[in-house]
Design a protein around this ligand. Structure first.
Ligand code: 2IT
Length: 446
């Protein structure tokens, strides 16, 4: 690695040794930047890396709320406003028991480059809470969201910071959060994305991440004169991203054979189609957080405590959570002849898995490129809200396709430029970094 990048990384490790996930994401990005940093000494001279790895500000607050038993519960809430040189801070809110500040710093850092790749005016941020939605009632979710927004609202604004959903935050939660914001602020602002289609949301936003990832897969396959038609796809997760992938893969003639949850995975060799697709939505809203229900309902195999990466598939699309595919899983996929890995989640591959996959020559799309369709559609939602207008589904889909095609081209071209053909990790990091770093140079030290 270039000396400057190494120094910045080492100093970060000394400063935040406990922020493992954040260090992992920075290591992943700066590992690609040696040539670009060598090429343009202005980056070092202006301390671009040092400024990029430190969030503009981190908001941390208490979220007290009352549960159905009448007990007072306390959770931690956060918003990491990382970088806004390319637009308002933009990125999801994650409600999950595992959420820490390190998780949100890693997600916020990724988001800067992802949002940069979309070509839209979107800065990078992320937020959330260690609130665990599992087995909570609708009313409890509402109480929690209202309390969360009681602090969060003062930091938001349509040109300032615009959160969205992420793991544990879907249309229902965005509804409660938006209602609370609107009342507290006394203003109807386009301040959250993923809103209901009837009150400022964009058509196709729920599908956009999964559709976008599948469009990215298609672009990659096109470079090899290959196609999704007839391919077997293993997917993890059972949430929003997974649901979009299943729908689009079906439409393009592929077959999705797995889903997973914290309890294990299901194997449905005939493919997840028809009413089974809609059942994904029922599972999420049930709050039970398990996929065994699918196996019981449709009489398919359930493998408890296992991950889907042991099945034979042409394409693997991890759509659940960070570090859900390790070296061992990657070795299994390689052994089984998997040709493509496309990330729907953020950083689902460990650094070890990424290394294995690269060595095996698998076509591998990192999430900051392949899952950017979600935030891109959020960008479209912001444009619609700003003009008090509404795009048609066809218009959104066309714009989404264009963004994904353009991200693919940027990755492909950047990897070619530095003689690393088909290295999409390298290409995504370089292209994402250059746009944001050049904007920082243009805008001076701040
Ligand atoms: O990881 C992500 O890109 C998201 N959770 C979506 C962010 C957004 O602002 O739509």
């Amino acid at each position: 690695m270039n000396r400057y990048a190494t120094e910045v990384l080492e100093s970060l490790k000394r400063k935040y040794p406990w922020e493992e996930e954040f260090i992992q994401s920075v290591t992943e990005v700066v590992g690609s930047l040696s040539e670009v940093l060598d090429q343009n000494p202005n980056y070092k001279k202006n301390a671009i890396l040092e400024r990029l790895v430190e969030p503009d500000r981190t908001i941390s607050f208490k979220v007290p709320w009352r549960d159905n038993q009448g007990n007072v519960q306390i959770n931690n809430g956060y918003r990491v406003e990382f970088n806004n040189v390319l637009g308002p801070y933009k990125g999801g809110l994650r409600f999950h028991a595992s959420v820490t500040l390190s998780t949100l710093k890693f997600l916020g850092f990724e988001q800067i480059f992802k949002n940069s790749l979309t070509g839209l005016l979107l800065g990078g941020g992320k937020g959330g809470s260690d609130f665990n939605p599992r087995n909570r009632t609708d009313g409890e979710i509402e109480n929690f969201c209202q309390s969360f927004m009681m602090e969060m609202f003062r930091h938001l604004g349509p040109n300032k910071d615009v959160p969205a959903g992420d793991v544990g935050v879907g249309g229902r939660e965005i509804g409660y959060l938006f209602g609370a914001y609107r009342r507290l602020k006394g203003s109807f602002d386009g301040v959250l994305t993923g809103k209901g289609a009837g009150w400022g949301g964009s058509i196709l936003r729920p599908e956009a991440t999964g559709y976008g990832a599948t469009y990215f897969l298609k672009e990659m396959m096109d470079t090899r004169k290959d196609s999704i038609d007839g391919k077997t796809v293993a997917v993890s997760g059972f949430g929003n991203v997974c649901w979009g992938v299943v729908k689009k893969v079906n439409e393009l003639g592929g077959r999705v054979v797995t889903l997973s949850g914290p309890d294990g995975y299901i194997y449905d060799p005939e493919g997840i189609r028809g009413e089974k697709v809609d059942y994904l939505l029922d599972m999420r809203i049930s709050g039970r957080d398990q996929v065994a229900d699918y196996a019981n309902k449709f009489k398919v195999e359930f493998r408890r405590g296992k991950r889907p990466w042991e099945v034979k598939c042409d394409v693997a699309m991890p759509c659940a959570i960070q570090n859900e595919m390790d070296e061992h899983d990657a070795a299994n996929l390689i052994k089984n002849g998997t040709k493509y890995i496309v990330e729907g989640a953020n950083l689902p591959l460990t650094l070890g898995a990424m290394k294995k996959v690269a060595e095996a020559g698998i076509m591998y799309a990192p999430g900051k490129a392949s899952n950017a369709g979600g935030v891109a559609c959020s960008g479209f939602e912001m444009s619609q809200d700003a003009l008090f207008t509404k795009w048609s589904g066809a218009q959104v889909d066309e714009a989404l396709k264009n963004v994904m095609k353009n991200i693919h081209t940027q990755c492909y071209e950047a990897s070619k430029e530095f003689n690393r053909p088909n290295d999409y990790v390298f290409g995504a990091n370089v292209a994402g970094f250059r746009r944001v770093a050049n904007a920082m140079l243009d805008q001076g030290i701040n």
